[in-house]
Design a protein around this ligand. Structure first.
Ligand code: ARG
Length: 560
């Protein structure tokens, strides 16, 4: 039970059933200023029941509270402020962290499933910055959801189907060379794709040919299928390198193509419910009542679309995973697509559509402009990550030239810096991509948190921490750290409910800061009777920082 919950219980004992326990808990605040205690209860809502002014109620209530958990109870205006007993509370919290270790803050398994659709790059195209954001945000949400006790199915809904593959086949047959594609698949396929569009401007018949090839592919033509499989395979090899660098894994790589034979099922369902109507030769679901343009399900020529495959995917996932929630971690520009998708599913009568959420995010900018992969201005993600690792390597060489596993650490720091930079601000914000900034050891960066954690670990080594417990002697600095440790599970809750990893990033920054204040003021390694107890506090900080970073998908080297 959290201290807030405990306070709520004590309050209920005093005020009786004028308010429910939940109401009391919801009313309890954390005072902005520490002089006002650790928790505050506003009495406004009791005025009616008690026929008294809130200020007077506060005085009465404060007088009646007598509990060893609180060192001090004070009425301040309409509030009842309590100061937690630092000794009792800090012992309890630190020792809980020490005994639960990485499980601190975890919820028990709840047997429910969350399906996340994340990363989902398009085959034969470079992995874009937008896909990087989806990958990183989705991965963090997966870790956070698992921490909350959910079973998570992480799906990479690869963009591996659609008319563009017909075009690519035409281009490859005309200008492609096998050995070039083998050597640098995505670069070469992109070149072919760009050339196709250039030439199609003067030769529009190429477009028809592209459509014809896609049709062949849809009908299972052998030559087309062999090419498609090959494009997909070589692209995946390149993507895997990026996923390995990022430390991201998927439970399923069922991309758009997987739903080819599952679209008819959805079309049947739509027909059964008489939801399909004809519009200029195409088949659509009318969404006028929902205030949206119609959802296009089948084109005039019978071809299906991105939306059709998403509909099939959603139905498949609903039926296969019986999820409680589904997250689609996809850029904000697809908002309408997902609104339409959910609206159609509702019309079909699926009942847990309310648990399906589009999780949008902002753009990555470079010098104020959208960082893009189009028209040759390609930024290859792998190179970006490699650059970050190289800068981290230089930093380490300057700061700690004798570091044992410098390469692995540089990898964790470089990649961690990119991930942290992405997750630091609310996901809807645009981010400015600035390698130098994100790799700084000070300020609000991943390396700052990692470095703080490494420093704490080095204290443990130097001090020879022997596994002692924390004795509860908490000065203001230790108390600052303990209060942060105490907030971990509430922070995880908030990050989960809002689907907002930045809440965890903010938290690890704050925890690192409070630890650095402590470290700056307290001589942790002083040889006195309390040294091991201080190290116990330090140990608990490394546990929570490491776990917090893990939830973000960022490594926590013990030395750097
Ligand atoms: N491949 C798509 C794109 O790059 C993203 C797919 C997102 N997931 C989905 N189920 N639609 O725009």
């Amino acid at each position: 039970m959290s201290y807030k919950q405990q306070y709520a219980k004590v309050l209920q004992g005093v005020i009786g059933d004028a308010l429910t326990l939940e109401q009391i808990e919801q009313l309890i605040e954390q005072p902005k200023h520490e002089d006002h205690g650790d928790l505050a209860f506003p009495c406004f809502l009791l005025a009616k029941a008690f026929r008294k002014a809130p200020n007077m109620i506060a005085v009465d209530v404060a007088e009646k509270i007598d509990n060893p958990l609180f060192a001090n109870v004070q009425p301040v205006g309409p509030y009842v402020n309590v100061f937690l007993n630092r000794e009792v509370v800090s012992q309890e919290i630190v020792n809980r962290v020490l005994s639960e270790k990485a499980n601190y803050g975890s919820s028990e398994a709840n047997g429910k499933t969350i399906v996340t659709d994340f990363s989902s790059p398009n085959i034969a195209k470079p992995f874009s910055m937008g896909h990087l954001r989806s990958t990183v945000i989705g991965n963090a949400l997966n870790q956070i959801s698992r921490k909350k006790g959910y079973d998570v199915v992480g799906i990479n809904h690869l963009g591996d189907w659609g008319t563009q593959f017909g075009k690519l086949m035409v281009a490859y047959n005309m200008w492609g060379k096998e050995e070039d594609v083998r050597a640098e698949p995505i670069k070469e396929l992109l070149k072919l794709y760009v050339r196709f569009h250039e030439e199609a401007e003067s030769k529009p018949e190429l477009e028809d040919e592209g459509r014809a090839w896609f049709k062949k592919l849809e009908q299972g033509d052998e030559q087309a299928t062999v090419l498609w499989k090959w494009f997909r395979e070589v692209s995946l090899v390149e993507f895997s390198r990026v996923y390995d660098m990022l430390g991201v894994q998927f439970d399923s790589l069922n991309g758009e193509a997987f739903y080819n034979d599952k679209m008819q099922h959805v079309i049947d369902l739509l027909e059964e419910k008489e939801l399909l109507v004809e519009s200029e030769g195409a088949m659509v679901v009318d969404l006028e009542a929902e205030g949206m343009p119609p959802a296009l399900i089948k084109k005039k020529d019978g071809a299906t679309l991105y939306a059709t495959r998403d509909l099939a995917a959603a139905v498949y996932r609903l039926e296969t995973y019986r999820f409680e929630q589904a997250f689609y971690v996809v850029g904000g520009e697809q908002a309408l697509h997902f609104k339409q998708l959910f609206a159609v599913l509702k019309k079909l009568g699926f009942d847990n559509v309310d648990g399906m959420h589009h999780v949008p995010f902002g753009l990555i900018m470079k010098d104020g402009k959208k960082m893009s992969t189009r028209k040759g201005r390609i930024v290859l993600l792998e190179e970006v990550l490699q650059d970050a690792i190289n800068v981290a390597k230089q930093n380490i060489a300057e700061k700690n030239p004798n570091l044992a596993n410098a390469d692995q650490t540089a990898q964790q720091v470089g990649v961690g810096a990119v991930i942290f930079h992405d997750l630091k601000n609310e996901r809807m914000n645009n981010i400015e991509f600035d390698l130098e900034q994100m790799l700084k050891f000070e300020g609000e960066t991943g390396p700052y948190v990692q470095y703080t954690n490494a420093r704490a670990n080095s204290l443990l080594r130097k001090g020879g921490y022997d596994g002692a417990a924390f004795d509860g002697s908490a000065d203001d600095y230790a108390w600052g750290v303990v209060s942060m440790l105490n907030q971990f599970s509430a922070v995880i809750d908030r990050a989960f409910v809002r689907r907002e990893p930045s809440i965890i990033s903010r938290y690890v920054l704050d925890l690192a800061q409070s630890f650095n204040k402590y470290y700056g003021q307290v001589r942790v390694l002083e040889e006195d009777a309390a040294k091991q107890s201080r190290l116990a506090l330090v140990k608990s900080v490394t546990i929570v920082l490491t776990e917090g970073l893990r939830l973000l998908g960022v490594g926590a080297p013990e030395e750097m």
